[in-house]
Every structure is written in structure tokens, then in C-alpha cells.
Design a protein around this ligand. Structure first.
Ligand code: GTP
Ligand code: ZN
Length: 458
């Protein structure tokens, strides 16, 4: 999407003169590009994509490293005589200044930077880089060397079709006041902070995270980076794998590796494109999954487990998730002492009203997730949850991986209830991708009674 410029002027600062352009972005914020030299021609330029930090950038706060990263990146660009800083108005990793200060209060009480956000009902990182990609395209920049310590930023830009030929570390030596904060960023958000000295950092060639399919998957990831939540629930992607004969597990629900290596990378990339990931308790009992992003770059989505009867095992791997506190959604009928036990093991219990069958009411759960800041949610299974989601038409996008095998196992879906009595759910103008040996079918469900166009925009 072309992004209109609102105004521009030359701005001399200590390190040199930058052309300063304000963009009229579709999110209503005044994002800024500081550029030096000719960017559209020549080798990939040095670029900093900087998120606004009033406390660090303007006041020089010692709680973070932002102000120094901004100054250092401008210095490096001036030294090269060429490059750009995009100053994005994403204060507090997208949650705004007041919420960031609330997060600071929680950090003073012992929460780390990730848990503080989550405690306040936000995603650990609420930013997206769609505007940045549009501005870069407007500047004629399609490939760049990115000054960042954050691999998720590299991954996000790559998904948006900007080629990051190198990641240039921008490590600021810690101060006593921000040592713990920087450690938390490294430990919990995967920031690469071990280059000891700013002056020594050199560009590192970025190895593409996952040898995922072909560029033909870009429209899918591009779509995911642009979708916005509805008011009543997050944008929901239903993603699961099945064999040619429709099985998602071996007989008796025994686990089965269905998709190949390439599709696993693809699935991890999908996970990284979502704020949260939801599975039913059956999947936890059968597979004990970690639900993390391991085979792609990116931040782990918030795991959410639907567990009406609170059967969650006390030794499940999700209780030692490396970056997130697992959210277990249950009902007021669940055993209170079991709830307390799981809480003492680090889970967060979400008590949700029951539906007519005394299960977690999925619409109510989705509304709660939305209220907690989840903008997009990936639902990975299992059969019961998939069936309910399709029955109640609670999804916006389907991503189905079909592996070329016959299993004769447990069907991906439980027998449909209400669906049988209603119009069938069709995927509108589906897209087909080959990923390794597997076939990925993706598309939006047709809205009942709508034309193809409307369904596609759903
Ligand atoms: N919510 C929240 N935001 C913070 C906190 N500390 C800094 N920020 C914001 O974080 C943003 C910068 O993100 P960082 O995580 O420092 O770094 P990054 O942009 O992901 O990665 P780099 O490119 O390496 O700087 C700015 O918008 C800051 O205002 C915090 O404790 N909580
Ligand atoms: Zn900061």
C-alpha cells in the first residue's frame, strides 16, 4: 500500500543533516523517516527501525537502552553518509506511554518486562511493522541492513517482503538500572545481546529462518500481518494438519507426525505471526506440546488451553514454557483446589462461562482474549475444538496442511453437531501451496449469503 507523505524538511543535528519526512499513515500516527543519502539505488542501506520511547529517547531514562540505540544508529548512518532511521510511534512496544508506566510499576514489584505486559492484559509485544514496510517501499528500499538485536523484527520485515540482507547488532552496554531488563529481553524475547561492545559490532549475514516453501506463501503472511481483530474477538486462524484420509492422529488418538519438516517450519512461522495459540486439553494429554516457535524466527505466541474439566497434567511441558505463563481456560464448575494447584505451578486460570453442554463457552473465551489484548489467535486443534470453532463459525482464516499419506486413524474433526443442520461452510477461492511434500490449502470461509468478494475481505 502506498503511504502518503505529510511533510518533509532538512534537519541538521549533531551528527549531520537528515531529510526528515512525516508520513500520513493509515493508523493515524505521525511516523517519521530520517534519511541520509540516496537510498533507492546502490547496495542495501543501513536502516534502524526504532520504536518510540519517550522516557528513553527524550528523557534519557536508564531503565532501557532506547535513547542510546537511537543516537548510536544515527551516528553510524552519518558515518556511512547513507541510511535511514524510521521512528515509529509505537510507544511501549505498542501499548502506549501510560500502560508502559504501569508496566514499570509492576516491574518494580518483581514482574519482568514480558510478564508485566501480560499482567496488564497486553501481548508481550504489541507492535507490527506493516507501516514500516510501506514507508520503506515508499523510500525505494526493498533490501536493507537492519540495526537491531531483535530477531522478531528481522522476521516481521521478511514476512512483509523486505529483504534483510544483514542484521547489524546494536548492543548498548548495560547499566545497573537496566541489567535485569536487558537480561529479560534476551531470555524471554530472544534479543541477541551478547556482542559486548557497540563499537565492535559488525553486520551478520541473516540466514533465512526457515526454508519455507516458496515465496508463494508471502501473500498468506502478508495477509496475517495486516489483519485486525474484530471488536468482539481476535482474528482467528484455524490451522491443523491431516492425512489424505482425514486423520490427524493414529487410532486411539495416539500422536502421529503428519506433516513433513518444511511444513513444520511453515507452522512455526504461522505461530510467530499470531499473538496467541489455542489448543484443547485433548491435545495436551495426547502430545504434551510446547507450542513455541522453534523452527522459525519470532516471538512465541501466548499459549491458551481450553480445559473445561481441568484435566491439565501437573507435569505438562507447558508449565515450564520458556517465555510465557500458560493460560488455562476453564469453567466455574472446575475443582477450586485443582485451580490453585495449577496456579501455584505457574499457570494462569481464566474462568469462562459454560455453554449449553457445560463446556467452556468459546465465544466468551474469545471475547476475553480480545479484552486481554490478543489481536490474532491461531487455533491448532484438537478435533473437539476444531469442530466447535467450525460449528460456531468462529474463524476468519483456514490454513490446512494435507500430508500425502493414508493413516486410518482418528479423524481431524469430531462428528459435527449444528453444522449438519445448517449451510455448509465453504472456503472462498482457496489458495493452494506446496510445502515440501505437503499441500497447504488456505483461505477465508465464505460468509453465509455473501458474494465471493465479501467473503474474501472477512
Ligand atoms: N511495554 C513495555 N515497553 C517497553 C519497556 N521498556 C521499553 N519499552 C518500549 O520498547 C520499545 C523498544 O523495544 P525494545 O524491546 O527495547 O527493542 P526492539 O525495538 O524490539 O529491538 P531493537 O531493534 O534491538 O531495539 C519502545 O517502544 C519502548 O518504549 C517495558 O518495560 N515495557
Ligand atoms: Zn526505552
Amino acid at each position: 500500500m502506498k503511504i502518503p507523505t505529510a511533510a518533509c524538511a532538512r534537519l541538521p543535528v549533531d551528527v549531520g543533516a537528515f531529510q526528515t519526512t512525516v508520513f500520513d499513515a493509515y493508523d493515524g500516527k505521525e511516523h517519521v523517516a530520517l534519511t541520509m543519502g540516496e537510498l533507492a539505488d546502490g547496495p542495501p542501506a543501513l536502516v534502524r527501525i526504532h520504536s518510540e520511547c519517550f522516557t528513553g529517547d527524550v528523557l534519557g531514562s536508564h531503565r532501557c537502552d532506547c535513547g542510546e540505540q537511537l543516537a548510536e544508529s544515527m551516528r553510524r548512518i552519518a558515518r556511512e553518509g547513507r541510511g535511514a532511521v524510521l521512528y515509529l510511534r509505537q510507544e511501549g512496544r505498542g501499548i502506549g506511554l501510560a500502560e508502559k508506566l504501569r508496566a514499570y510499576q509492576l516491574q518494580d514489584l518483581g514482574f519482568d518486562t514480558v510478564d508485566a505486559n501480560i499482567e496488564l492484559g497486553h501481548a508481550a509485544d504489541a507492535r507490527d511493522y506493516g507501516v514500516a514496510a510501506s514507508i520503506l517501499r515508499d523510500l525505494g528500499v526493498h533490501a536493507l541492513q537492519l540495526m537491531t538485536n531483535n530477531p522478531a523484527k528481522v522476521a516481521a520485515l521478511t514476512r512483509l517482503g523486505i529483504e534483510v540482507v544483514a542484521r547489524v547488532p546494536l548492543v548498548i552496554p548495560p547499566r545497573p538500572e537496566n541489567r535485569e531488563y536487558l537480561n529479560a529481553k534476551a531470555r524471554r524475547m530472544g534479543h541477541l545481546l551478547d556482542s559486548p561492545d557497540v563499537a565492535e559490532t559488525k553486520a551478520q549475514i541473516v540466514v533465512p529462518a526457515a526454508k519455507v516453501p516458496s515465496d508463494r506463501s508471502e501473500p498468506l503472511f502478508d495477509l496475517l500481518s495486516r489483519v485486525s481483530a474484530r471488536r468482539d474477538r481476535p482474528f482467528v486462524t484455524l490451522s491443523y494438519a491431516q492425512s489424505l484420509d482425514g486423520s490427524s492422529a493414529a487410532l486411539g488418538n495416539r500422536p502421529l507426525a503428519i506433516s513433513g519438516g518444511a511444513s513444520r517450519c511453515f507452522t512455526h512461522r504461522l505461530r510467530a505471526a499470531h499473538d496467541a495459540i489455542l489448543v484443547g486439553i485433548g491435545t495436551i494429554l495426547a502430545d504434551d506440546p510446547r507450542l513455541t516457535v522453534r523452527e522459525a524466527h519470532g516471538v512465541d505466541p501466548q499459549p491458551v488451553i481450553v480445559d473445561s474439566r481441568l484435566r491439565f497434567p501437573l507435569d505438562a511441558r507447558l508449565l515450564t514454557h520458556p517465555t510465557r505463563k500458560v493460560w488455562i481456560a476453564t469453567t466455574p464448575l472446575a475443582n477450586p483446589s485443582r485451580m490453585r494447584r495449577l496456579e501455584s505451578l505457574g499457570a494462569e486460570l481464566l474462568v469462562v462461562p459454560v455453554d449449553t453442554m457445560e463446556r467452556v463457552d468459546l465465544s466468551a473465551l474469545l471475547a476475553l482474549l480480545r479484552a486481554r489484548g490478543v489481536r490474532n489467535l491461531m487455533i491448532e486443534g484438537g478435533g473437539r475444538v476444531l469442530t466447535q470453532v467450525v460449528d460456531q463459525r468462529l474463524f476468519d482464516l483456514l490454513v490446512l496442511t494435507v500430508a500425502p499419506m493414508m493413516v486410518g486413524g482418528t479423524p481431524a474433526f469430531a462428528p459435527h453437531q449444528s453444522l449438519r443442520n445448517r449451510e455448509h461452510t465453504r472456503i472462498d477461492r482457496p489458495n493452494y501451496l506446496q510445502v515440501g511434500d505437503d499441500l497447504v490449502i488456505w483461505g477465508a470461509p465464505q460468509v453465509p449469503g455473501a458474494t465471493g468478494e465479501g467473503a474474501r475481505d472477512a
